[in-house]
Ligand binder design. Structure first.
Ligand SMILES: Nc1nc2c(ncn2[C@@H]2O[C@H](COP(=O)(O)OP(=O)(O)OP(=O)(O)O)[C@@H](O)[C@H]2O)c(=O)[nH]1
Ligand SMILES: [Mg+2]
Length: 202
């Protein structure tokens, strides 16, 4: 898969409740807004990029890529960001990355894309070992065919909110990021300010 066929979506539309309700993507990470750090890491892996955010849109617009809020009301969760990405992208594929996981793999899109093509899948989702050593899916790191838009519209308008419940309806390949040489902490995410400070020190 060529990177030009993929639009990257930085998911920054959450409530940030565990951070005290702040706009997580605008919190500083080594002096750079967290969502900008994420965007820069993603942009080199994709052809186009956008940010999905629901607050402080002008601040996100200063990053220089299109910014799209959720079309669904009331912070419906990450699937609302998937939906915004599928609606606004023009490429055959869309990849989502949350704004709060700054060390995500530099070869994320390449490996998701390679697996999707090899398995003729409609969705490729990352999995990685968590702190307890167990391999778990990382559902917000998801490569999606754009023609899944209609399916996701139906699912979300029917009240569906769980990523796994939706992806289970489609040919999905899970891609483990636990090869030798992979950073075992690549998928650590900052849900609190303390976790963000810990990630900065790495
Ligand atoms: N578009 C959109 N994205 C969301 C929404 N809720 C969560 N996300 C995104 O999904 C990803 C994972 O969410 P969480 O880690 O739970 O982040 P959060 O909701 O901002 O934080 P908490 O309120 O503490 O759970 C982050 O990238 C969020 O920005 C939402 O309602 N809309
Ligand atoms: Mg949340």
């Amino acid at each position: 898969m060529h990177r030009e066929e993929v639009t990257g979506v930085v998911l920054a539309g959450g409530r940030g409740s565990r951070m005290g309700g702040v706009d997580k993507g605008l919190q500083n990470f080594n002096g750079v807004p967290l969502a900008l750090h994420t965007l820069l890491r993603l942009q080199v892996q994709v052809g186009e990029a956008m940010v999905n955010a629901n607050r402080n849109l002008a601040a996100y617009e200063s990053f220089g890529v299109p910014v799209w809020p959720d079309a669904l009301p009331d912070f419906a969760g990450p699937l609302a960001g998937f939906l915004a990405g599928l609606e606004q992208s023009q490429t055959e594929w869309v990849v989502t990355v949350p704004c709060d996981t700054p060390m995500f793999p530099a070869d994320l899109v390449e490996r998701l894309g390679e697996a999707a093509e090899r398995e003729d899948a409609e969705i490729a989702m990352a999995s990685a070992k968590e702190a307890d050593g167990q391999l778990r899916t990382q559902p917000v790191f998801c490569l999606l065919r754009r023609d899944l838009l209609e399916s996701l519209v139906q699912f979300t308008h029917g009240g569906g909110r769980k990523i796994d419940a939706w992806t289970a309806q489609h040919r999905t390949v899970v891609v483990p990021f636990d090869r030798p040489g992979d950073d075992p902490q690549a998928f650590f995410n900052a849900n609190t300010l303390a976790e963000l400070r810990q990630l900065e020190r790495r």
